[in-house]
Each structure stands twice: as C-alpha cells, then as structure tokens.
Ligand binder design. Structure first.
Ligand code: DAK
Length: 258
C-alpha cells in the first residue's frame, strides 16, 4: 500500500525501509507523507515494541529531493518544511524506541531523519553530512538544532557550515552515532538492541523516552520535577507489579503494556 517505503512487523519489531533507491531514497512529499502515516500507525499499534528504520540500496537517505527543491518556491518550501518537521517530531516523540540502521549515505534530510531517531547504528559504509550550504540553503528538517545537541555546538557548526561528509568512524568519534558495525551485521545488531528494549516494560520505556526528551533542555530543578511526575504512570501500572513480582518469584516477566 505504500509506494516509497516498506513496512512490516515481525516479533514485535516494526521495520520501516525507505525504498526509493533510484533517487538514493531522497525525501519528497510522498515519502514524508508515507513516513507520517506509518509512524502514526506504529504509535497506535500495541504489538510494536521497537522500530528499526533503514534504507534500500546504497543509501539510508541522500537528503531532501534536490530536483523537487529546485522546482519549488519559498511558500511551497515552507509547506514542505512544516511537513518534514512534523515527521521528525513524530518519530522523536512516538512512544517506542526507534533505531536508525544507517546502511549508507545519510546526508542532509537523511542525517536529520537519523537524528530524529533514538539511536543510530551505522554500517562501516555509512557516510554522514549536512551539505545544504553548498546548495545555497540551511538544514530544514531540524538539523541546525539536533546536530549541535548531539555533537556539540562548535562541531555542529563546523559540519553545517563546511558541508563536510564524514565516514562512520568519525561519526562515532564525535557522538553522531553510538555504534559502527560491518555492513553484514547491521540489521542483526539493530535487532539485538530492539529486542533488548522490547523485552522491557513498554510503559516504562515510553515514559523514559518522553522524560529524557522533554527534560533535556531544561534546568535540573524543572527536569527533576518532570521526572517525579513521569514516575507515577509506570509505578501504578500492572507491568510494575509483574516486573517486581517476576523478580521476587525468580522468573522472567511477561509485560502487557498495562
Ligand atoms: N535528491 C534527488 N536525487 C538524488 C539525490 C537527492 N538528494 N541524491 C541522489 N540522487 C539521485 C541522483 O541524481 C542519481 O539520479 P540519476 O542521475 O541516476 O537519475 C541517483 O540518485 C544516483 O546518484 P549518484 O549517481 O549521484 O550516485 P553516486 O554514488 O555517484 O553519489 C552521492 C552518491 C550521495 C554522493 C550523490 O548522489 C550526492 O551527492 N547526492 C546529493 C546529496 C545531497 O546534497 N543531498 C541533499 C542535501 S540538502 C527543506 C527541508 C529540508 C531540506 C531542504 C529544504 N525545505 C523544507 C524546503 C534538506 C535539504 C537536504 O537534504
């Protein structure tokens, strides 16, 4: 039912594959609409406990679609920008862990898409960068904000102002990705991480994601207050009773997201 992405669920893991290899999976309005649709479905599907996003072929995503951007005016650009920010914010805030399995080029909007995910595992073949200034623009899907938050202000400025493309080892060194693996191990490593998190209580995972994201830019006192509030929902859940009961009974917990 999608034309530019593929989606399937296996063993509680949702797999989103951007599948537009003839344009190196470049983001146009259709890809963005389909990503918005699939992450809306994912947010409503209790059976999905973790998500892995990757790209078909040699790219994760080679950026926003340059042919499209060349053809549109500032008003149409603003519409696309709002759409793109909506997708990135949805991925960032969806109540499940989202892992970017970065198989190849993650440039411009592709790097921004990876940064909207909770984790980035890169193939040794992956390349990262924000080449927008070389096209006469700045990052438009959150890159000016998420990149400095991940790698620091000066390194973020350097990558954005120079448009430099870096390899996976450098991305690991500066903290843009958490792990680099041989290409043939990429999906297995992403699945290992997805399965580990999927085995934990979904209510707790969702609350942890939200409170970490929401508290990140706050002062410590306000952020502590946020944590106190966020603690209540998991603590009053059936899964808390199950998790602690399982420990005391020396068995594995069976969480039901309740
Ligand atoms: N858009 C459209 N087509 C692309 C593309 C892209 N970003 N990247 C690659 N392609 C197409 C190529 O044109 C080529 O098409 P054909 O010629 O075969 O028809 C095909 O994919 C294969 O690409 P190459 O032949 O170039 O493959 P190579 O292996 O030689 O090179 C490459 C791979 C990734 C180094 C190269 O393709 C490349 O430099 N691509 C462009 C990277 C880039 O600059 N990306 C854009 C970053 S700027 C906005 C919001 C956000 C943004 C902008 C505006 N608004 C809300 C308005 C974000 C901007 C960006 O992402």
């Amino acid at each position: 039912m999608y034309e530019n992405i593929r989606y399937e669920v296996k063993e509680n893991i949702g797999y989103v594959t951007i599948d537009r290899p003839k344009a190196l999976n470049a983001l146009n309005n259709e890809v963005l609409d389909e990503l918005h649709d699939v992450f809306t479905k994912i947010s409503e599907d209790d059976s999905v406990r973790a998500v892995i996003m990757t790209g078909e072929g040699k790219a994760f995503v080679a950026g926003a679609d340059i042919a499209l951007m060349h053809s549109i005016d500032a008003v149409q650009g603003r519409v696309m920008m709002i759409k793109g920010h909506g997708v990135m914010n949805l991925i960032e805030s969806v109540e499940k862990p989202v892992i970017a399995a970065v198989n190849g080029f993650a440039l411009g909007g592709g790097c921004e898409l990876a940064m909207a995910c909770d984790f980035r595992i890169a193939s040794e073949k992956a390349k990262f960068g924000q080449p927008e200034t070389g096209l006469g623009i700045i990052p438009g899907f959150g890159g000016t904000q998420r990149l400095p938050r991940l790698v620091g202000k000066a390194m973020g400025k350097k990558l954005i102002m120079t448009g430099e493309i870096i390899d996976a080892a450098e991305a690991l060194r500066i903290g843009l990705v958490e792990q680099v693996v041989p290409p043939e191990e990429l999906m297995a490593e992403a699945e290992k991480l997805a399965k580990t998190i999927a085995s934990k209580a979904p209510i707790a995972v969702a609350a942890a994601k939200a409170v970490i994201n929401n508290g990140f830019g706050m002062d410590m006192k306000t952020a502590s207050a946020l944590e106190i509030e966020a603690f209540t929902a998991p603590f009053s859940s059936q899964d808390k009773t199950e998790g602690m009961g399982a420990f005391l009974e020396k068995r594995e917990p069976v969480f039901q997201n309740k």
